[in-house]
Design a binder for this molecule. Structure first.
Ligand SMILES: *Cc1c(COP(=O)(O)O)cnc(C)c1O
Length: 396
């Protein structure tokens, strides 16, 4: 059944599942011999919807799905996703039984976590990937911890080390030598483990940035997030694949104001000419950053219109004086393309001093996601479960 978009709030994020499949195929297709793709679907697939995207991960192209939290991995298992799952962690000791019980591999990020896993594995099997700190300084077993880690593993035969991995700090900048240094450190730590009998064949180092730069040893797997969503992982790059998300709303009100009129909280904008101001039913509660006050732009009738005044919790005001024939109900694009114009996540990120990752993740659960895959359209909304008829009693 086609979803009833007419009866929803007019603010939603369209997610192009066919573009996701093309991005997955593009990344899988650029990997060297023997390498495979781990799709990073943490944080609800960077706001795109992890369950829906996981359903479009074909096992020929996607070897594994990584999440950050146990809860995120369980959400996928409950939705019937059968691909191997990896939690990047850290996870609290109390969650280890549920991870193991649901056939979810645990990223072990330090000696304390390894001790917890080993204690659990006294009576049961558990699969882990060992994270090494090659120079991120955040998570991972350091060279100093290595010896104790090996001792713990030797004493815990039911801990199966299925993989070893590390994470790059500066792969987004091709001129930064730190990535090469991290690769060398990782190689040295892997060699030390090998000498002491811990030698899983599976290694994974590269994020999107390293993958797009082809900094991948043949046979190594890669953990790719942002590139699958069409974000640009490189600082000065042109490696972007197809963006999936198009965030749109509609003009709810139009108002003509004389010159000198204030608009919005704090009266931070004052019209300098007779103006047409459009009010949009979207705000910072939806993830439209308040830093875009008097700074953002949106697309109306294929043209850019500036955000004027402060972004409120539920409302944004645009100056549409220069948009010919503008009307209530016109579609407004906050992120994505309309006609010849595009507002990218990188553009928004630049305006507010962040990265595309945060722009995507910020689009809140209040914004329904409308999925398109060929001619199929369906909606996921946190309000799905409420049926207006129960409230009005019109069916009784
Ligand atoms: C998030 C994450 C990734 C994916 O990073 P992208 O830059 O989005 O490709 C890979 N590895 C780890 C450990 C991560 O936390």
């Amino acid at each position: 059944m086609a979803p009833d978009l007419e009866s929803m709030r007019p603010t939603w994020a369209e997610i192009d599942l066919a573009a996701f499949e093309r991005n997955v195929a593009a990344v899988a297709g650029m990997l060297p011999q023997g390498s495979r793709l781990i799709a990073v679907l943490k944080a609800d697939a960077y706001g795109h919807g992890a369950v829906e995207l996981a359903r479009h991960c074909r096992p020929e192209l996607v070897a594994m799905i990584a999440t950050s939290l146990l809860e995120e991995a369980l959400e996928l298992r409950h939705a019937g996703i059968e691909l191997p799952l990896l939690i990047l962690g850290p996870i609290p000791a109390e969650q280890i039984p549920d991870a193991a019980g649901n056939d979810i591999a645990i990223g072990v990020v330090g000696p304390e976590e390894l001790a917890d896993v080993a204690a659990f594995a006294k009576t049961r099997d558990v699969t882990v990937h060992l994270k090494l700190d090659s120079g991120m300084g955040r998570m991972g077993i350091t060279e100093g911890d290595l010896s104790a880690a090996v001792d713990m593993l030797r004493a815990a035969p039911r801990v199966r080390v299925a993989g070893i991995y590390t994470h790059f700090a500066d792969a987004d900048d091709p001129s930064d030598p730190h990535t090469d240094a991290q690769i060398r450190t990782f190689g040295r730590l892997v060699q030390l483990l090998r000498e002491r009998g811990i030698d899983p064949q599976l290694h994974h180092l590269a994020n999107s940035a390293a993958t797009m730069r082809h900094v991948v040893t043949p046979g190594d797997w890669v953990r790719v997030g942002i590139s699958l969503y069409g974000g640009e992982p490189l600082v000065d790059g042109h490696s972007r694949l197809e963006p999936l998300m198009r965030w749109r709303t509609e003009i709810a009100r139009l108002k003509t104001l004389p010159a000198g009129s204030p608009v919005g909280y704090g009266s931070t904008f004052r019209t300098t000419r007779p103006s047409m101001i459009a009010t949009l039913p979207v705000g910072y509660a939806d993830g439209y950053n308040r830093g875009l006050s008097n700074r953002g732009e949106a697309l109306v009738r294929g043209r850019r219109a500036p955000v004027v005044g402060r972004v409120s919790m539920d409302l944004v005001t645009l100056d549409v004086t220069d948009i010919h024939d503008v009307a209530v109900g016109d579609e407004v694009v906050l992120l994505g393309s309309q006609g010849p114009e595009t507002i990218s996540a990188e553009e928004i990120a630049e305006r507010i001093g962040t990265i595309s990752y945060e722009v995507f993740c910020a689009v809140s659960a209040r914004v329904p996601r409308v999925y398109r895959s060929g001619r199929d359209v369906f909606v996921r909304s946190r309000f799905d479960r409420y049926d207006a008829r129960l409230v009005t009693g019109s069916e009784r």
